[in-house]
Design a protein around this ligand. Sequence first.
Ligand code: ADP
Ligand code: MG
Length: 388
Amino acid sequence: LIPITPTPFLKPSSLNNEREENIMVYCRFRPEIQSEKNLSSSEKKLTIGEDGRTIHITSPQNSTAYRFSKVFQPTTTQESFYNEVARPLVDDVLNGFNVGIIAYGQTGAGKTYTQFGKDIGDELPLTEQEGYGITPRFIKDLLNRVNYLSSDRVRFTVRVSYLELYREKLYDLINDKAELDIRMSDNGFNAPDASQPPIQSFADFLHYIHNGEKNRSYGDNKKNMNSSRSHVLFIATILKEDLENKDSFLSSLYIVDLAGSESVSQTGATGSRLDETKSINKSLFALGGVIEDMAKKSKKSQHVRYRDSNLTKLLHSCFGGNSKTHLIVNCSSSNNETVLRDTTQSLSFAERTQSVKNKPQVNVELSNHQLKQYIQGLKSENSHLRKF
Ligand code: ADP
Ligand code: MG
């Protein structure tokens, strides 16, 4: 276990520098599932190097290697994956950094399992602790730390949003799947009307996730949503107020379960099928575009295509912005030809992402006006919450 050490209440000025940090990429393999066991094997072999960082795809003709921050074996437990990839970020969020944890990979590769856990998409409640993915574990640790650090002098408010982006439309999963506008503000693009209820306990968190999940899977079926084709964003904002010095800081945590990446590599589709694929994946294509622009970015003036999709607008701070970002590339360990083709596409995407540099910064002190807005938001939120 990596212990979370108590940290002092940090002043922003001591951390606000221009240090650049590359996006960290972690690869997680899941075990083969039953249906894959019956698939034919290709002559290619997928192996993890002894350094624990390299993936080799070897065929009789050639060999390709992909290198990441770390590669996790199919036997890795939820707990150890969380401890290595996400837990160190808990203190960063509490010290005022924005943090992004993004899962990328083909449908069935383990993105939802990694980000939320085993039961989240089922009718069953998310109760099995060892099945918990990153989000419940992160929130549990975050709330523990908040309780530990709270005093007469320091006060924290943690609020959560749960959003779904499908075919370029953004929905509020906490508020009956209301459609939301994305607007440009001082802090970049956001969805100002999204519900952001405050949470005090882990039970509060589970309540919103379960309600949100119902909206997502069993809600308005006129929309005929296919869950593997939508992006899910869990956002927590943390307001920290030093009541003595009247300082206040706001940081945010983005945990993103991206749509299945397989359609990006699907080249066989034609006609209306192709149009649909294109429109559904506009966001993923745009994300690839942003990463390409960032990778090429040598001069500050270079244009980055954030405006090409709502996903890239919303994740602006995670890709080339001021967040600490960890990308997780989820892969099947099957060496079936078709599965491997998608795995290879995911690995190439993830490898390119590593060249994106962010400038993590502690968020500047909030103005009185911003603070007022936040508190007012809290009040209007309370009236909405009576629904539950
Ligand atoms: P995705 O969200 O990428 O479409 P899921 O997370 O739904 O994929 O995973 C597909 C299936 O594989 C689920 O039944 C899930 O429980 C299982 N699974 C995924 N990752 C793992 C893992 N690391 N260990 C065991 N089972 C896994
Ligand atoms: Mg999923």
